[in-house]
Design a protein. Structure first.
Length: 186
């Protein structure tokens, strides 16, 4: 039995939850999100809490119980407070410029890379090397950050590239080199 799935989800005063047959719509000050709830899970909205129950206990439905609870909790948090992720550019000459809703990244390639913000995502430039990504959908915010990081992942030898804020990149030692004049020959 999922211990996460049994926890009730608190609904803030500014958030409104509507339950249709297998669809849950969560609206708040930042926007609204909807989720198709799996038929094996029953969602019940009472007063200021959301409860999830398993209709028929199987191994699959027990796994979905915790998943659906986490997805609904992320939706409630997203429409109330929103989600954000910060990405850093590390390297000589690496920088970002915002023009309208597009970002132009200079990452050491022969050409600049332009990224457009998908619907529901806003970019903010903190320094010329930090990008803050905001949105109400946690999955979409994380996916956009991952797509930006994928353009130039951190190099394990020098540490240059795009990384999440606070991400630790373990550096590998370089080539040891040949010892000259010591130990004779073959």
């Amino acid at each position: 039995m999922s211990r996460i799935g049994n926890l009730p989800i608190s609904i803030p005063n500014s958030v409104k939850v509507e339950k249709k047959i297998n669809n849950l719509v969560v609206s708040g000050p930042k926007g609204s999100l909807s989720l198709n709830v799996h038929p094996a899970i029953e969602v019940e909205v009472r007063e200021d809490k959301i409860f999830l129950k398993i209709k028929e206990i199987t191994k699959k439905s027990e796994g979905l119980h915790g998943l659906m609870r986490a997805l609904i909790a992320n939706m409630v948090t997203g429409v109330d407070q929103g989600w954000s992720k910060t990405v850093e550019l590390q390297g000589v000459g690496f920088r970002v410029v915002k023009s309208g809703e597009k970002l132009t990244l200079s990452l050491g390639f022969s050409h600049p890379i332009e990224i457009s913000a998908p619907e529901g995502i806003q970019f903010d430039i903190l320094d010329n090397t930090k990008i803050a990504i905001f949105g109400i959908d946690k999955y979409l915010v994380g996916q956009v950050a991952a797509n930006i990081r994928k353009i130039r992942p951190p190099d394990p030898y020098k540490g240059k590239g795009v990384r999440y804020e606070g991400e630790y990149v373990r550096k590998k030692p370089g080539k040891a080199g040949k010892m000259s004049g010591v130990g004779g020959g073959l």
